[in-house]
Write a new protein. Structure first.
Length: 222
């Protein structure tokens, strides 16, 4: 149906196309936020099980993944409508949301000191008798559990809000479909979905249509 909708040319079809885009955006954002939740849960529940030599690698990777996907989910782009789950936040949560967005923009996606709380690097001149020297001192915050708790609280509101918006968007799609003529409806449904081509996997066959979960996480091996 996604492909078929764009075969309907004319302003009278724009409400349907927009409804489809909103429904897809809500589903996409829901996937992002659930992935954020999985990363935070793994960090909290399994962080203590990490071996010491892996702690400084795995834990910050999980938090970085969570921060980047959370901010991506709240942003708009030419590829995805903005869902706007922030509208469900309390004033305190909106302030917390802005903290995470700023952290992503200033310290995670780009290098920034953020008042020295996340990254800080200094060049020192060290006087030590006759062997004075120059050296660097640095601080990198790998995991901040205050940030983790902030994000957990935000997800408690954001995920239900997105699920509600997705349901309403799907209802709108159905409403717009009912307005189509028989010829337009046929055009809308004229593009078959090829599961093997979509997932790049052979042998799905009837197994795909028997499943109640049409999703896949692709692992790419080089």
């Amino acid at each position: 149906m996604t492909a078929g909708a764009f075969r309907l040319i004319g302003p009278q079809y724009q409400p349907l196309i927009n409804a489809i885009k909103r429904a897809q955006a809500a589903e996409s954002v829901s996937l992002d936020l659930h992935s954020v939740q999985d990363s935070l849960d793994a960090l909290i529940e399994r962080g203590k099980e990490l071996k010491a030599e892996m702690e400084d690698i795995v834990a910050p990777a999980l938090l970085t993944h969570a921060i980047v996907l959370y901010v991506r989910a709240s942003s708009s782009s030419s590829e995805r409508f903005k869902v706007g789950f922030e509208g469900a936040f309390s004033p305190e949560q909106r302030d917390a949301h802005n903290v995470i967005v700023r952290l992503r923009d200033k310290c995670v996606a780009h290098f920034g000191e953020d008042n020295g709380n996340w990254n800080s690097e200094k060049l020192l001149y060290i006087e030590n008798g006759e062997s004075n020297s120059l050296n660097f001192v640095h601080k990198r915050t790998h995991v901040d559990f205050y940030v983790v708790m902030i994000m957990k609280n935000l997800l408690e509101t954001a995920i239900p809000s997105v699920i509600d918006r997705r349901a309403r968007a799907i209802d709108k799609v159905d409403e717009e479909i009912q307005k189509l003529s028989a010829a337009d409806a046929s055009q809308l449904l004229s593009v078959p979905f090829e599961e093997s081509s979509f997932f790049k996997s052979k042998g799905l066959g009837e197994r795909f249509w028997d499943s109640d979960s049409y999703s896949s996480t692709v692992k790419v091996r080089i």
